[in-house]
Write a protein that binds this ligand. Structure first.
Ligand code: G3H
Ligand code: 13P
Ligand code: ZN
Length: 330
């Protein structure tokens, strides 16, 4: 058993308390390789932002949980070396079983998500409580979820969304003892968050998605005032990346994300954790595609991963400063 405290990591408790009080959100960036983690830490140190580095079960399979844990330990040391000790939380994203959550806790994760959102209300409560009871013995914090996000990812898939029912949240939070709650108010996973027929088009033919259900968020906040709320599926799918990808041989179609203005509005409330993965994937892919087309003789991965890492860092700094308002909060 490794305690996250030995690794220099923190759980989400203090992070969220401060974020709710000061009306910003802590960024939760997914990672599964070295360059993503370097970019996250460089960006968050430079902007003095707290950060949640999160690992999906797909990422665990891809990269190995022990390696990821040691990368997180390295990230704490790297931030120190860069000159500023930001709070870093290592979080399991979309844990789907008690065993997976337990294994992460034993490997040094400081926070876990148990995603029982596809289960019945009672089954969701039961599994979430089981994880909370185990995690809290080790001062590990737990995120639960109510409501279903649409979208298709490797290991996170749902055909149809349904919004969180505000009338359920109080009972869920009370009976599970969970530390934060992910809700569904219109965000979704991946780079194609809405079908074209759900959107309108602006003069340039760009898809404009429907607004988030801020009314549901407000109703939830009314029922559990100050309780930490999490938004998944919060990539904005920057059209400049989509354009670069498609200019350099890619084939992304009808990609659309959550407008930054919608997120800026949400983080002013009790939303204190915002999950962003797809935007990072797009930034990296755009930079790599362009590099390889411009320099077809390149074959050293460091050559094409360096601009990808730079682009990622730029993206994360922008999110921290302009979208989540977490800059300067570490
Ligand atoms: O919410 C899902 C994350 O974007 C992780 O995706 O399961 O493909 O690693 P993944
Ligand atoms: P995006 O696909 O919008 O980046 O969402 C990521 C996420 O919710 C990870 O849990
Ligand atoms: Zn998610």
């Amino acid at each position: 058993m490794t305690s996250y405290k030995e690794l220099g990591l923190v759980n989400t408790r203090e992070m969220f308390k401060k974020a709710v009080k000061e009306a910003y959100a802590v960024p939760a960036y997914n990672f599964n390789n070295l360059e993503q983690l370097q970019a996250i830490i460089q960006a968050c140190v430079e902007t003095k932002s707290p950060v949640i580095i999160q690992v999906s079960s797909g990422a665990r399979k891809y990269a190995n949980a022990n390696l990821l844990k040691n990368m997180a330990k390295g990230a704490v040391e790297y931030a120190h070396e860069l000159g500023y000790d930001i709070p870093i939380c290592l979080h399991l994203d979309h844990g789907d079983t008690f065993e997976l959550c337990k294994d992460c806790i034993e490997k040094g994760f400081s926070s876990v998500m148990i995603d029982g959102s596809s289960k019945s209300f009672e089954d969701n409560i039961a599994i979430t409580k089981q994880v909370v009871d185990y995690a809290h013995q080790f001062d590990v914090t737990v995120e639960g979820e109510l409501g279903v996000l649409a979208g298709v990812e490797d290991d996170v898939a749902a055909e149809k969304s349904h919004y969180t029912r505000p009338e359920d949240v109080e009972e869920f939070v009370k009976r599970t003892g969970v530390d934060s709650l992910a809700i569904s108010i219109g965000t979704s996973h991946g780079a194609n968050k809405f079908r074209p027929e759900q959107c309108t088009r602006n003069a340039e033919g760009i898809l404009i998605p429907p607004p988030l259900r801020h009314d549901i968020l407000a109703e939830i906040e009314k029922r559990i005032p100050g309780f930490p709320i999490v938004l998944h599926g919060s990539s904005s799918v920057p059209q400049e990346y989509v354009k670069i990808i498609n200019t350099y041989g890619g084939k992304l179609k009808d990609s659309v994300g959550i407008p930054e203005s919608e997120l800026q509005k949400a983080v002013k409330s009790a939303v204190c954790k915002v999950n962003i993965d797809s935007d990072g994937r797009l930034a990296m892919t755009a930079a790599i595609r362009k590099y390889l087309v411009d320099d077809p003789a390149a074959f050293d991965p460091r050559k094409y991963l360096s601009p990808a890492r730079e682009e990622l860092k730029k993206l994360y700094m922008h999110k921290n400063i302009n979208v989540l308002f977490s800059a300067g909060k570490a």
